[in-house]
Design a protein around this ligand. Structure first.
Ligand code: ATP
Ligand code: MG
Length: 446
């Protein structure tokens, strides 16, 4: 993309309404624009990152056999009356009537709808196990929408639902989701720690929230610092193997790590003192096994091997896709702007032409652009007739991890400059080598 043809409304001034850095940078980098409280338009740069995260989520869901689908945003109130949540959900649910006076709502989540679908078609144990998911906009009329996309009213979420014949099988699905989520967040350059969360009125210990540690996080968390040494890495876990998934679950959840709702002072004090941490975190996902409650209410009942009619065991599992854009920025920025991890960057590399209109510089930039594109990479070429300082400022703010700087002086010596956004380190090298290096860097990034 050439910047002169792009829509990148970078703000010079600091937006006053932004209380945290991710919100401020998303506004300044021209990624989002508020349309009303907690509701945003995603401008081209922000949209690119959102879609990139969505793609990673799809890939990792399908890697473990979960099936993508799409349910509507608007749901009927009657559906929610079947589960009893039409009354209990409270003012976070946006309710309205259609022209015939029917009660409708903008879905805050989809347990009812998916259970109705499964109840309609799945009648036998032979159709199981089944995990369906979608990535769709949700609406929750939050009391205090704030921090930009981190606590929006309209937000983009992956929500998945497993249907299994037995508790054991459903707990395997639970573990499998943990495995898949760990990989998902690491691909986004994040450490998201599974923490024991509050399962509410349903009870049981089968819910974990995934938290990214950040001072601006809304959740208070307590953990054994040894947990931060764990990474999922590139392990090949057979997701059909109950024991293998359970082993990952045990490894990642055996240390103390809890949100304030489940925090237990006595247990926490058993952690060696030098490893006890209390901190703040951003909830970027949650997994939940809740048994047969919805299935019983909504008639998701199948025939088992013995010919008996039994309700399905269910779980639901969410990833906050739009919140993640903010969370990644909270975890990865400096005082000049965003620093995208390679796995999620909107463009792979920036090209800065120090002297637009200089024949050699223009030609070299075009060549770099073509070479990178030919390798399947997407550069953002700042071809505007602007001062170098302004171009660098824009590149630093929008946070592309790599930048190639081209100027007449360097070209006389046959070199361009390759700069890492993260370290700020620059290296002069021939243009072909700069391209090769960037190609190499992204080769390891799926
Ligand atoms: P929170 O406690 O932050 O209100 P939640 O536990 O109610 O979130 P879930 O129902 O678990 O949310 O939804 C799954 C994921 O969707 C959350 O882990 C979070 O990442 C994201 N999410 C929830 N509410 C919002 C929101 N208002 N804005 C943006 N993302 C959200
Ligand atoms: Mg949650």
């Amino acid at each position: 993309m050439r910047l002169s043809r792009y829509f990148l409304p970078v703000l010079k001034e600091t937006p006053r309404e932004a209380q945290i850095v991710s919100h401020r940078y998303m506004l300044q980098a021209g990624m989002i624009r508020q349309s009303s409280a907690g509701i945003y338009s995603w401008l081209p740069l922000g949209f690119k990152v959102l879609k990139r995260l969505e793609q990673i989520v799809h890939e990792e869901q399908q890697r473990v056999g979960h099936l993508p689908m799409l349910m509507p945003t608007i749901q009927s109130g009657d559906l929610w009356k079947q589960s009893g949540r039409h009354n209990s959900y409270g003012p976070e649910m946006l309710r309205f009537h259609d022209r015939h006076g029917r009660e409708m709502l903008y879905g805050p989540t989809n347990e009812e709808m998916i259970t109705e679908i499964v109840a309609a078609y799945v009648k036998s144990y032979r159709d199981l196990p089944l995990t369906l998911y979608h990535i769709q906009w949700k609406f929750r009329d939050e009391r205090r929408p704030r921090f930009g996309v981190m606590r929006g009213r309209e937000f983009y979420m992956k929500d998945g639902y497993n249907f299994d014949l037995s508790k054991e099988a459903a707990l395997h699905a639970y573990n499998r989701h943990l495995v898949s989520y760990l990989r998902t967040y690491e691909r986004m350059g994040l450490q998201a720690i599974p923490m024991r969360a509050d399962s509410g009125p349903i009870g049981g210990d089968y819910t974990h929230e995934f938290l990214v540690l950040a001072d601006t996080g809304e959740s208070e968390v307590f953990y054994d610092s040894a947990i931060t040494d764990l990474t999922f890495g590139d392990r090949a876990v057979d997701v059909d193997d109950y024991t293998a998934c359970q082993a990952v679950m045990d490894e990642f959840t055996s240390r103390y790590a809890r949100t304030d709702e489940t925090h237990d002072e006595a247990l926490f004090n058993e952690v060696p003192e030098d490893r006890r941490r209390s901190a703040r975190g951003i909830e970027v996902g949650q997994i939940f096994y809740f048994g047969t409650e919805y299935s019983e209410k909504m008639g998701a009942i199948v025939q088992n091997e013995d010919g008996k009619q039994v309700p399905l065991h269910m779980g639901s599992h969410g990833i906050g896709v739009s919140r993640l854009v903010g969370a990644i920025i909270e975890a990865s920025h400096d005082d000049k702007g965003i620093i995208w991890p390679e796995g999620v960057t909107p463009f792979h590399c920036g090209i800065v032409n120090l002297k637009q209109g200089d024949e050699a510089a223009d030609a070299e930039c075009d060549k770099l652009y073509d070479s990178l594109s030919a390798l399947g990479l997407e550069p953002l070429y700042d071809d505007r007739d602007e001062r170098a300082g302004a171009k660098f400022g824009t590149m630093d703010m929008i946070g592309l991890p790599w930048r190639i700087t081209v100027g007449p002086r360097g070209l006389k010596n046959g070199v361009v400059e390759l700069t890492s956004r993260r370290t700020g380190e620059s290296e002069e090298l021939p243009p072909e080598q700069a391209v090769a290096r960037i190609a190499e860097i992204y080769q390891g990034v799926a």
